[in-house]
Design a protein around this ligand. Structure first.
Ligand code: RRO
Length: 314
């Protein structure tokens, strides 16, 4: 079940999804977070931030909408408390970073430089809950390239840079290619889709921030499609896949589409033990299908008949 995202190695492919498990402390009440492939932390910014107006969450059919707005303690407190806690508990950590300008991403990468607790950086260029759509770098190839290139140059060479992309674009492979040319070591796919819910009683938007990010099983086919397309376009770059994973078979779908690892997000709100259950279910599902290693299943759905038979024992 071991896997890699660029130069970073993980004992298994199941991780938390950024924003759904903070920095792992709360989940650790339910299971040992060091048993996961990694904890992917809530996107952190240079300074503390209180986030958007409440209400910030709304249930939707087979999913939910969030409008948190990058609430967080800021990088210094994060390193001192959260990252230190994760390291002390033996959890591998993928640190998600977010900024309003390229300089802020660079500052974050520099602060994390050389920190042995950081397995990889997830560069969140796709947060939907920002003041202006112009700030969603991942909706524009040159803006994505600028941020990813600057982070890759500033970051510790030993820390792989994963570009987190938005599905809310006409062609995700154009953005992915721009990131790859700028030095991305892999991708985190996908962030939430921009949505809106109106309460029929108040006849006003449910969320304080009006729009929000849609997650959960409702977006899974969109996420699998994005993983598939990016894998086709850039088969040499690893993908951390996410979007509505609730079971081991859901995780398998992402792996077959080309993900080397998966993040479990919205499912933990209903079942905090979901990541460990999904890991066990994925292991069983792979064995039942004749795979002797996870790596043999990564991208399997893209293979032709001849290539397929070489990958399985059964
Ligand atoms: O904080 C948020 O509101 C948020 C972020 Br940073 C993100 O990347 N995706 C999302 O759905 N919400």
């Amino acid at each position: 079940m071991s896997t890699r995202l660029g130069s970073a190695a993980f004992p298994n492919p199941v991780m938390t999804a950024s924003g759904c498990a903070a920095a792992g402390q709360e989940l650790n009440q339910f299971f040992d977070v060091s048993s996961l492939g990694a904890v992917v932390t809530k996107s952190i910014m240079t300074r503390p931030r209180s986030g958007r107006a409440t209400p910030r969450m709304a249930e939707t059919p087979s999913g939910m909408l969030n409008s948190i707005g990058l609430q967080g303690p800021g990088i210094d407190s994060f390193i001192e408390h959260d990252l230190a806690w994760l390291a002390a508990h033996g959890a591998r950590t993928v640190v998600s970073i977010a900024g309003g300008h390229t300089d802020e991403y660079v500052e974050l990468a520099r602060k994390l430089y050389g920190n042995p607790a950081v397995a990889a950086l997830e560069v969140n260029i796709s947060c939907p809950n920002v003041e202006s759509r112009g700030q969603v770098f991942a909706c524009d190839a040159s803006a994505s390239s600028r941020v990813i290139g600057a982070v890759r140059r500033a970051a510790d060479p030993g820390q792989p840079v994963l570009a987190k992309l938005s599905p809310d674009v006409t062609d995700i492979t154009l953005i992915a290619r721009a990131c790859a040319e700028a030095g991305a070591d892999g991708f985190s796919l996908i962030n939430t889709l921009l949505g809106l819910v109106i309460d029929p009683d108040t006849m006003a938007p449910m969320l304080g921030g009006i729009t929000g990010g849609l997650s959960g099983p409702a977006i899974r086919p969109v996420a699998v499609r994005c993983v598939w397309q990016v894998r086709r376009a850039l088969p040499h770059l690893p993908i951390l896949g996410m979007g509505g994973i609730r079971t081991g078979l859901d995780a398998l779908e992402f792996v077959l589409a080309g993900a080397s690892a998966v993040s479990v997000g919205t499912a933990v709100f209903g079942d905090p033990t979901a990541p460990v259950r999904i890991l066990a279910e994925l292991e069983t599902a792979l064995a039942e299908r004749g795979f002797t290693s996870l790596a043999d299943a990564v991208g399997y759905a893209h293979l032709d008949e001849f290539q397929r038979s070489a990958r399985r024992t059964a």
